[in-house]
Design a protein around this ligand. Structure first.
Ligand code: HEM
Length: 492
């Protein structure tokens, strides 16, 4: 008995220490990702993991198959290593919903360092929470339909001028950079740039716009590149072009500010003036915020819209019935217009079939097959644990080729969008969703519809050559930049 008392007396002081140690151990276990229910799949070789496989699949346009194989092997949630970071891959309608619902709270945007270094620390993707909301409210002033509808005529003017300058009077569409070849891609890029600079900067054709175009072309090439800043690297050239672009944009901001102060222009003349005038919360936007975000808008609106127009042109060349249907709809609109009369917002709302063609192109050739996010805190999804700091690889378009969502998914069929309720929720999200839903979707819609209206009513075209394949870098690009043979219609 005495021995027991002695033993208890000796152990008693150790009890609290043992208890604390147990608590620490329990916490350690809780925080150790190894001990939690991580998604299936292997992290592969440290740092490299599955990066080369996915990058190669994106380049060769087999990313959908690559992702599908992963889903068949591990299910819709799996872990891997990409670009040096532990990653969780998620796909399917539930994943789309998960990303949209947790945006800015448990998930944040996550971009490669080349992207952030070129587009600045205050760009959309770097902003979270209230700051992100504020920036969206600021661009929303101009990009909302009530304001944009006043600018349909301006876009109409840009498209017509572009066709006049670059497409008309040629039996072949000539590349601006390589006159021997006939290519659509460089033209749709110039058109997207012209429309954006007209509405974002309020810039007319001239020296300042041409300078901006040359720098913009270099800037955009380095956004996804190895971030080595040397005079001869792609990244280095892009970074220098970005500095020049930012200087030009600052110049424009100062010009607009001074014109506003003197009452020479209206607040919603273009995106820059509406950002200068924005006073949505306690303070106005800083010059850095305005510059970072107009450059971001240019980038976000450029390759997306130009890719969409390019692939509509390609589809219309490959499918005469679709071309005829689009033409019929557009001729109905022309019938009610006088010579040279511009398109209006009401005209666009009647282009229902044409927009369904655009939606079907976005389904079959989404501008991006994967996006990245970062877990801002520990989070559960699909019964698995995603540790704070891990990268999320998210493919919102994996569902587009799933026959359970889109019957006969390989068939080009715009009529599948006639009844929106037939498309399962969260399975078709070309403009994203949640807090980061594309604020430029109405802008893109106007741009695409106006362009297709004038293309089909003024031209007929066919593909040169039988190769209708395309690669990705990471945006899709048709083989040979889509050479076409163009025939101008005689309008009587
Ligand atoms: C066919 C054309 C377009 C498509 C398919 C498209 C698609 C998208 C998608 C899917 C996102 C969300 C990305 C994510 O969640 O990671 C996005 C974001 C964005 N888009 Fe677009 N976009 C298009 C055109 C435009 C245009 C013309 C503009 C500007 C005038 C624009 C401006 C933006 C901006 C600023 C964001 C970032 C929003 C944020 O982070 O809050 N987009 N776009």
């Amino acid at each position: 008995m005495e021995t027991l008392i002695l033993f208890t007396l000796l152990l008693a002081p150790l009890l609290p220490i043992t208890f604390i140690l147990l608590l620490i151990l329990q916490r350690e276990n809780k925080n150790n990702p190894q001990k939690k229910n991580l998604p299936p799949g292997s992290l592969g070789i440290p740092y490299v993991g599955q990066s080369l496989g996915l990058l190669n699949a994106i380049r060769t346009n087999t990313a959908e198959e690559w992702l599908k194989k992963r889903i068949d092997r591990h299910g819709p949630v799996s872990k891997l290593t990409l670009l040096g970071r532990p990653t969780v891959f998620v796909a399917g309608p539930a994943a789309n919903r998960f990303v949209f619902a947790n945006e800015g709270n448990a998930l944040g945007s996550h971009q490669p360092s080349s992207f952030t270094r070129i587009l600045g620390r205050r760009n959309f993707f770097e902003l979270v929470g209230e700051e992100h909301k504020r920036m969206r409210a600021a661009v929303g002033v101009f990009l909302r339909p009530e304001v944009l509808k006043r600018y349909v005529g301006k876009m109409d003017e840009e498209v017509r001028e572009h066709l006049e300058l670059h497409w008309k009077g040629r039996s072949h569409v000539k590349s601006v950079t390589a006159p021997i070849k006939s290519q659509v891609v460089p033209l749709t890029k110039i058109l997207a740039f012209d429309i954006l600079s007209s509405l974002i900067f309020g810039l007319e054709r001239g020296d300042q716009r041409s300078r901006l175009l040359e720098d913009f072309k270099l800037l955009i090439k380095g956004i996804l590149s190895v971030p080595i800043d040397l005079p001869f690297t792609r990244f280095g050239r892009s970074l220098r072009a970005c500095r020049r672009t930012r200087d030009t944009v600052k110049e424009i901001v100062r010009e607009r500010r001074s014109a506003l102060d003197r009452g020479l222009i209206e607040p919603n003349r273009d995106v820059i003036t509406s950002l200068i005038c924005f006073d949505g919360s306690e303070r106005a936007l800083t010059e850095e915020e305005i510059v970072d975000n107009v450059v971001f808008l240019m980038v976000a609106g450029h390759d997306t819209s130009s890719v969409l127009v390019t692939f509509i042109v390609r589809q219309l060349a490959m499918d005469p019935t679709i071309y005829d249907n689009v033409l019929r709809e557009q001729e109905e609109i022309t019938k009610n217009k006088g010579p040279g009369e511009r398109l209006t917002w009401e005209d666009l709302s009647r282009m229902k079939y044409t927009w369904r063609v655009a939606m079907e192109v976005l389904r079959m050739v989404p501008p991006l097959v994967v996006n990245f996010r970062k877990a801002l805190k520990d989070i559960e999804y699909g019964g698995y644990h995603i540790p704070k700091g891990w990268q999320i690889l998210w493919s919102k378009s994996v569902t587009y080729m799933d026959e359970n969502m889109f019957p006969e998914p390989k068939k080009f069929d715009p009529t599948r969008f006639e009844n929106p309720s037939a498309i399962p929720p969260y399975s078709y999200v070309p403009f994203g969703g949640g807090a980061r839903i594309c604020p430029g979707n109405d802008f893109a819609r106007i741009e695409v519809l106006v362009t297709i209206h004038y293309l089909v009513t003024q031209f007929k075209w066919k593909l040169c050559g039988a190769d209708d394949s395309f690669t990705r870098n990471p945006a899709p690009s048709p083989s040979g930049d889509l050479p076409i043979q163009l025939e101008q219609k005689i309008i009587v």
